[in-house]
Design a protein around this ligand. Structure first.
Ligand SMILES: NC(=O)CC[C@H](N)C(=O)O
Length: 301
């Protein structure tokens, strides 16, 4: 395992075409595109890592996995009245389908759907309390108290997030936000501003592979369902391509991180800030493709 990771990190170092760092959130545009880190946390708690696996990065939309788990814990299957379970085939911040589908977003991993998820775990608490429960969930999952929200990234996103504001107001106009719009947006942007290292993210991802030493944060049924959504919707309009190339469920974020799970075996986190045309980490995807090929791990047998 270690030699596979070392080879991946070396290949990443040598690659010239690293993709484009997200610049629509000004704070993210400052990140050095040469970073590359990867960590595998196995079902029995062993960790293998390479490169910048201990440098924190902005997890952005990878947070949507934890947020969904938390929201499901609050309201259970009732959430599926407010958000769908189909890939959108469109970019993560698209508004196109919302009008046609009466303000019910296609899935919880595009921004519109994630705003509904945030609204769900926010209900009956203040944004501070809601974010504290989300952080508690993540910290418990990786057994590490050292996970925080980068306020600068959150503020940077709030001041430039016109698309997300448009999505949230549209959802509200359809009656699909229960809390005040600005409260939901502020909470959502802070959720996206959580920073984690690859090691922390891989360890936290073990809640989805039923690691025996972990507190049970979600039921086995829920774990399977979250994984199925990661497979079909975790990379937006690049989800089919990721499934084809990697064959494992994953969730990406515009910070360049990807959390991948190999059910029953390991959780894997990879980080490289440059993005491909779908807004998913370019080298992260290539690293996972190489890793899956070398290990033979795939949910397709
Ligand atoms: N794909 C992403 O990671 C998008 C998350 C980002 N915070 C946004 O809302 O635009």
């Amino acid at each position: 395992m270690q030699s596979i990771l070392d080879e991946i990190a070396e290949r990443a170092r040598m690659t010239r075409q690293k993709g484009r760092v997200a610049d629509y959130i000004p704070e993210l545009a400052k990140i050095d595109p040469d970073h590359f880190g990867m960590c595998i946390a196995t079902v029995d708690g062993e960790c293998f890592s390479a490169g910048d696996a201990d440098i924190p990065f902005s997890i952005q939309s990878v947070s949507k996995v934890f947020a969904l788990a938390l929201a499901l814990g609050r309201v259970g299957d009732a959430i599926w009245h407010r958000v769908g379970r189909e890939p959108s085939g469109l970019s993560f911040d698209s508004i196109l389908l919302l009008e046609r589908e009466d303000g019910v977003p296609r899935n919880p991993f595009i921004n519109a759907g994630a705003l509904v998820t945030t609204d769900t775990y926010l209900t009956a608490s203040s944004p501070r309390e809601a974010l504290a429960s989300l952080l508690r969930f993540v910290r418990t999952a990786c057994d590490d108290e050292g996970i925080h929200i980068n306020e600068k990234v959150a503020a940077s996103e709030i001041s430039t997030g016109h698309r997300n504001f448009a999505l949230a107001h549209y959802l509200a106009s359809c009656g699909n936000l229960h809390n005040e719009v600005n409260k939901v947006l502020g909470t959502y942007c802070h959720q996206c501003g959580i920073e984690m290292t690859c090691r922390q993210l891989a360890l936290a991802g073990r809640f989805l592979i039923d690691a025996p030493d972990m507190p049970r944060l979600v039921s086995p049924d829920r774990r399977r369902r979250i994984a199925s959504l990661m497979m079909t919707c975790g990379h937006y309009d690049g989800s089919g391509d990721f499934a084809f190339r990697v064959g494992l469920p994953g969730k990406s974020g515009v910070g360049g991180g990807i959390l991948v799970i190999a059910p029953g075996r390991a959780a894997i986190a990879v980080w490289s800030p440059g993005l491909n045309r779908y807004g998913n980490s370019k080298l992260g995807t290539e690293a996972m493709e190489f890793f899956a090929k070398q290990t033979g791990w795939s949910v397709f047998g």
